[in-house]
Design a protein around this ligand. Structure first.
Ligand code: GLN
Ligand code: ZN
Length: 743
């Protein structure tokens, strides 16, 4: 076909915005601590945006996304762009308003934060009520658009679309029962008409509206609402609508019928859309981007099969293009910063900068099209595979919860504990860095960690906590720490991606079969236990979370990889138990994260995810308590999975949602121990004892008090001792108060 010989439009849907060296983190944190004023922060942000544009410009794309920079979160940016900031966060100065909404301040609690689809990114949940007044505030979008235009780039402004914005929002506190944010879509669309109008007037040829919420199952009403919204919006401007987190599915015909002029398909996770398009009546003038380059993972694209997809697209439209499957927000900036990865691995990787080149090369029909090489045979571990095959079917604890609970350590009612980590102080980070650079010998490093553990234990005894932790000072990160000790993983030097706000993570790369050569945590936990007569919990990260927060091989089903990780953890659990650890907590904060966005895949997910957890934990005796920690409060479709984990105690986030989750758990028949977080550790605010006691009273009313534990929402590693000490003291006091009231 002759059309196939033309160069097609090349672009990406978004670009990493934290800076190649986490400049964003440094700047905003300096601003928060008062070391960098507003002007300094603005200058640092401008520098990061300039760096982003440098990368995009160098790649020679046909158009570049703009407006995708953010000081904290792009959903919050959208809230600002439609002026839907909650009244409690409005301050005299805009930056103060922005960060009050993001992090809270001494006057107000922040917005709730929750997971962005099935990723490890977290967004701030807009609060929308019947009285929210929308107003177009295009300043940020216009400013960033101009920055790109000034460089002579074909700029394409990006906004989170109105349907997803409202579907991601929650009803404001003053909304009547039955109100849904989406009820406001009609009015919000008019504000978007103004926003896209301002951008078009400024010279934008096309505006990108991201509608990732359309990659999930949606009701007929929601789809109809989306259809009307896009009829109106596509009259106002030339649009590119993206999903990015799977197929559009039944939203695809809705968008096409509404008349949207451009669509970006996720051809990594949403290949079904390509087939669907072939049987739909698509105008050949529709601009269709083949999102062939994975925006979520770091493997090189199989250019041969991507080119074949592109060929298919050529038959559907006169205006095909190629792009990433979603924004590159989820991948690190540059593979060239990595010097210590094995060559066989490097050859198979592409980070953001490399992906730009893949997109451009796909857009040029004469560029070489290489097939991706298969994994080398050394990456297979026969022992692991045969041990897994030999594992007994019954991966459960045999003894039911009731009898286990009776055999486990006796504690006061409403036992107090923490989630595991204590503040990661500058000294700890320095010690770790010194050891990494070879400036601190192993013995000195170990001594430093031990003294930290001793302090953390002393601190907890002084505070009067019931179940102690060692504080996790030796852990750089809850996944990386294990990845460094398991085979099959590689750790990057600078592969940072944003998790929320200024928090960045460096996901390890799980590229081959996994095994545990030696115990990973036993020494530290046993040392902690030797310092106290109180029970100490051992801490591990669960298999699903290890997968969720790594870049995982894509050459075998996730379920198979999960089993391998679980088997390695099972070995660790056995060693911890043998050493006498009475309670072992296996954290699965990412259990919900990997839940398929569409119902069709969920049953299978629940099966393999909970099986992996049980492979890891079911080898213990009834006397050993298994705890787990989940990092969120909206359980939705994992609520049954929580039961299937068969943990003795589950701690969850609950403070921002005011304990509402307990009723949900109760409805789902969860009848084991539960630790609803009473202190929101994502905010620097110190909650009062009275406030936490109030939460606890709600808790003991919602569920049997004998099952309730008292703990913060999450680990304390990102907090400072100045916040941790008073907060935990208040928490212990709250527990005592409510204990007294139980009678
Ligand atoms: N045990 C971990 C900690 O306390 C759990 C962290 C998490 O849930 N993300 O830091
Ligand atoms: Zn957590």
């Amino acid at each position: 076909m002759s059309t196939a010989k033309k160069t097609v439009h090349a672009t990406v849907l978004g670009y990493p915005r934290i800076g190649a060296n986490r400049e964003l983190k440094r700047a905003v944190e300096a601003h928060w601590s008062g070391r960098l004023d507003r002007a300094g922060l603005d200058a640092a942000a401008a520098e990061i945006r300039s760096q982003m544009l440098d990368d995009l410009a160098a790649a020679d794309l046909h158009s570049v996304p703009t407006g995708t920079f953010s000081l904290y979160d792009h959903v919050l940016d959208t809230t600002v762009a439609v002026d839907a900031i909650a009244d409690r966060h409005r301050r005299d100065d805009e930056t103060a308003t922005y960060f009050a909404a993001a992090r809270g301040d001494d006057r107000a609690v922040p917005l709730e934060m929750t997971k962005w689809f099935d990723t490890n990114y977290h967004y701030l949940v807009p609060e929308i009520g019947p009285r929210t007044r929308f107003r177009a505030r295009p300043e940020k979008a216009l400013g960033e658009f101009d920055e790109a235009r000034e460089r002579g780039l074909e700029a394409r402004p990006v906004l989170l679309g109105p349907v997803s914005f409202l579907l991601l929002a929650k009803p404001a506190a003053d909304a009547p029962a039955g109100f849904a944010p989406l009820d406001r879509l009609g009015e919000l669309v008019e504000v978007y008409v103004e926003l896209v109008g301002a951008l078009t007037e400024a010279g934008a040829e096309r505006v990108q509206l991201d509608e990732p919420a359309l990659c999930a199952d949606r009701s007929r009403e929601e789809l109809d609402a989306a259809g009307s919204a896009y009829e109106r919006l596509s009259e106002a401007a030339e649009l590119l609508v993206t999903g990015g987190y799977g197929p559009f599915g039944e939203a695809l015909p809705v968008l096409l019928e509404a008349g949207v002029q451009g669509l970006a398909l996720d051809l990594v996770r949403g290949r079904a859309d390509l087939e669907a398009l072939e049987s739909l009546d698509v105008s050949r003038e529709t601009f269709i981007l083949a999102g062939a380059v994975d925006g979520r993972n770091i493997w090189r694209t199989d250019l041969l099969s991507a080119a074949a997809d592109l060929e298919r697209l050529h038959r559907l439209t006169h205006r095909p293009g190629v792009s990433t499957s979603c924004s590159l927000l989820h991948v690190p900036v540059d593979l060239d910063a990595e010097h210590d990865l094995p060559k066989s691995l490097t050859e198979r990787l592409a980070f953001a900068r490399q992906k730009l080149r893949e997109v451009v090369s796909l857009s040029r029909p004469d560029a070489p099209r290489l097939q991706r090489p298969t994994a080398p045979t050394e990456w297979r571990d026969r022992t692991v595979r045969s041990r897994l095959a030999a594992l007994p079917d019954g991966t459960d604890r045999r003894v039911p919860y009731g009898r286990r609970a009776a055999a486990q350590p006796e504690l006061p009612p409403l036992p107090t504990t923490t989630i595991g980590s204590f503040p990661q102080t500058t000294e700890l980070r320095k010690a770790r860095a010194a050891r990494r650079r070879g400036l601190m010998i192993e013995a000195d490093y170990n001594a430093r960690m031990r003294s930290e553990i001793a302090e953390v234990i002393a601190e907890q005894e002084k505070l009067g906590l019931d179940v102690l932790v060692h504080g996790e000072p030796e852990r750089n990160d809850m996944v990386q720490y294990f990845a460094e000790q398991l085979t099959g993983f590689a750790v990057t030097a600078a592969g940072w991606v944003q998790s929320y706000g200024s928090r960045c993570v460096r996901p390890p790369i799980l590229y081959s079969d996994v095994a545990r050569p030696e115990p990973m945590t036993v020494e530290w936990i046993s040392y902690a236990r030797s310092l106290t007569s109180k029970p100490v919990k051992g801490m591990l990260t669960g298999p699903v979370t290890i997968l969720a927060w790594s870049f995982v091989r894509d050459d075998q089903p996730l379920a198979d990889t999960a089993d391998q990780v679980a088997l390695a953890l099972r070995d660790e659990v056995a060693d911890l138990e043998r050493a006498g650890t009475p309670i072992i907590q296996v954290d699965e904060p990412a259990l919900r994260e990997l839940l398929p966005l569409r119902a069709a895949g969920r049953e299978r997910y629940r099966e393999w995810a909970t099986r992996a957890f049980r492979i890891a934990t079911s080898g213990v005796r009834p006397e050993t308590a298994i705890h787990t920690h989940l990092c969120y409060s909206e359980f939705g479709d994992v609520i049954d999975a929580i039961g299937d984990l068969d943990a003795d105690v589950t701690s969850i986030e609950a403070s921002r949602s005011k304990m509402e989750v307990l009723a949900d758990l109760d409805r789902a028949d969860y009848r084991r121990g539960i630790g609803p977080g009473v202190w929101d550790i994502h905010s620097p605010r110190v909650p009062s004892a009275e406030e936490m006691a109030a939460s606890l009273r709600l808790a003991v009313r919602a569920v049997d008090p004998r099952r309730v534990w008292v703990n913060p929402d999450c680990g304390l590693k990102t907090r400072r001792y100045e916040e941790v000490r008073p907060s935990l003291a208040n928490m212990v006091e709250a527990a005592r108060t409510v204990r007294g009231e139980l009678g």
